[in-house]
Design a protein around this ligand. Structure first.
Ligand code: M6R
Length: 554
């Protein structure tokens, strides 16, 4: 949360919002808060009012003049029309006419102690302080004030004053909700000497991974303990098909999950973009388990996909980082990542946390089906070594910086991988484009010859995730195909590979681990290349243009 230092601002009740433009360009006129006709009621709004065109026409017909192009202004003008001395009532009345999603806070000059908040589809929490309340969409925004929070559910309205808060439904039925404790601490959301949160979160990965794995691995028995799955284990074992659904980076970790599940549990598994799954009339037969993967637990498309799956009778699980988030609360069961708060928009430690949790889930179920003690012990031993191997990997961080220094001015990059490393190629490309604004494409390496190879020109950076394993020879052939067309080869390879340096312009080594777990290590140099390229290009690493940390609109 940015601190506003303005001596002209007086008062003790305020609202503010960093707008992610949906309707109207990012201009001062379209910036929040918006006010009603007489300027006495103000609103900030996260979400989309879908019927704003008809509401706007109706209000214009009544003589209301609009100052912005936003859907939000329509809502505050509507609240103003219904205001008869009780802000909560006016908000309740207006929301009955509104279709769409919202997390709103509303204030009125005539009720200076009151903030009215309401939620449908966009997250909202009330922070309970001493003689004060703070409302936010994310717990990390209020941790400096309090760790006591109350989560609003969809269809609820809160009337908040410095001394108390009252929750009701849209139909004015009172709601009792417990105050909960946020498990994150303030120092976890501070930079702690790092220049950027992304950099901090990359370097935190060994500790984050230890926290993620803590208490979950029993090496002697070759067993995984996942308390969140205990109640649904019987049903899970009977699963005939897994569908993993997610967006962005979480979709990439779900893709690694698909490979892990099919390899270890031997149950058909597919990965769906949440935004596609929700609208394509999906077939959800009996015995389907849908797993929503999300760092924030608030991504609108992922939430909607899980609701769709639930409605169609699937068992619905969550793999989520933010405790108490909407997805965590709406799923039947799930596993938290426990990697701590992720502040940088580019997801890093959440990616490795998601892959680790999916690996644990695969082993948890595999062991209950046909996985032998010997093979699960081997797998879990490798997994428990990952935090230290991440530390080793991070010692080579300067190599990634050298790669970024040499290629950061190139506007087109390719990332290629096979097998478990194919999702990493997608993830490496996404990291580079979202924070450094370089165009990058990730592909399964064999797909290159079906079209993208035409892009290769002299000196074009092509990143190969070429770690040791069953696909090594194949990927080396792809390396040669690029090299013979003049591309510059950047290889992520396994320590001890003496051959690769003869084929690549740059090699970044990562420690040896079993093939299914290689993404946990090989992702780190990819994150570092993207980070350094963005820094060298002068980009805003933690808050890249046009992006939000959690995407709470469709
Ligand atoms: O909070 P979620 O994991 O549901 O977020 C999903 C994506 O919006 C997110 O991973 C996004 O792609 C990141 N900016 C990628 O770094």
């Amino acid at each position: 949360m940015e601190q506003i230092v303005n001596p002209q601002l007086k008062g003790h009740t305020g609202i503010g919002h960093t707008r992610w433009a949906t309707h109207g360009a990012p201009t001062d006129d379209n910036a929040h808060p918006h006010a009603n006709a007489n300027g006495r009621i103000a609103i900030v709004h996260n979400g989309i009012i879908e019927n704003y065109v008809s509401l706007r026409k109706y209000l214009e017909h009544l003589g209301v003049t609009f100052k912005s192009d936003t859907d939000t202004e329509v809502l505050v003008q509507l609240i103003g029309r219904f205001y008869k001395g009780d802000l909560e009532q006016a908000v309740r009345r207006a929301l009955h006419d509104v279709a769409g999603t919202y997390g709103i806070t509303v204030i009125c000059a005539d009720e200076p102690d009151v903030i009215v908040a309401a939620r449908k589809g966009s997250p909202l929490i009330i922070g309970v302080g001493q003689g004060e309340h703070v409302i936010a969409s994310d717990a990390s925004a209020i941790l400096a004030h309090t760790s006591q929070v109350v989560y609003l559910e969809d269809g609820e309205i809160a009337r908040v004053t410095p001394s108390e808060f009252r929750l009701t439904t849209l139909e004015a039925i009172p709601v009792n909700r417990e105050v909960e404790e946020v498990e994150w601490s303030l120092d976890q959301i501070e930079l702690a000497g790092y220049e950027h949160f992304m950099q901090k979160e990359i370097f935190e990965q060994p500790t984050a991974m230890e926290n993620c794995l803590r208490g979950r691995i029993d090496l002697e028995e070759g067993q995984v303990r996942l308390g969140g799955l205990v109640d649904c284990t019987r049903e899970l074992i009977r699963t005939k098909r897994f569908i993993l659904t997610a967006c962005g980076t979480a979709w990439h970790s779900a893709l690694v999950g698909e490979y892990l599940f099919e390899e270890i549990i031997r149950i058909p598994t597919e990965v769906e973009y949440a935004s596609e799954f929700r609208y394509r009339n999906p077939i959800v037969e009996e015995g389907t388990t849908v797993i929503a993967v999300s760092q924030s637990g608030e991504t609108t498309d992922t939430q909607a996909a899980l609701r769709e799956a639930k409605q169609r009778g699937a068992l619905v699980l969550g793999v989520v980082n933010v405790v108490g988030s909407t997805i965590a609360r709406e799923t039947d069961a799930g596993v938290y990542l426990h990697v701590g708060p992720e502040i940088g928009v580019a997801s890093t430690k959440a990616f490795t946390g998601q892959v680790a949790v999916l690996a644990l889930m695969a082993c948890y179920l595999g062991r209950r089906k046909h996985m032998s003690v010997a093979s699960s012990t081997l797998f879990l031993t490798a997994l428990s070594r990952i935090p230290d191997q991440m530390r080793e990997t991070l010692k080579g961080a300067d190599q990634a910086k050298e790669v970024a220094a040499r290629f950061h001015q190139c506007e087109n990059w390719l990332y290629l991988g096979r097998g478990f490393n194919y999702p990493l190629a997608l993830e490496g490309a996404l990291k580079l484009k979202e924070i450094s604004y370089i165009h990058a494409e990730g592909l399964p390496a064999a797909e290159m010859k079906h079209g993208p190879i035409a892009l290769i020109t002299e000196g074009m950076p092509v990143v190969f995730i070429a770690t040791a394993g069953s696909q090594y020879e194949k990927i080396m052939s792809n390396v040669e195909e690029v090299r013979s067309r003049g591309g510059s080869i950047i290889a992520i390879a396994t320590e001890g590979d003496r051959e690769i340096a003869r084929h690549a312009d740059h090699v970044i080594f990562v420690p040896d681990t079993i093939e299914p777990l290689q993404p946990l290590l090989a992702s780190i140099p990819l994150q570092l290349i993207a980070y350094h390229a963005a820094v060298l290009r002068g980009c805003n690493v933690d808050k890249p243009r046009n992006l939000a940390k959690s995407v709470t609109v469709e």
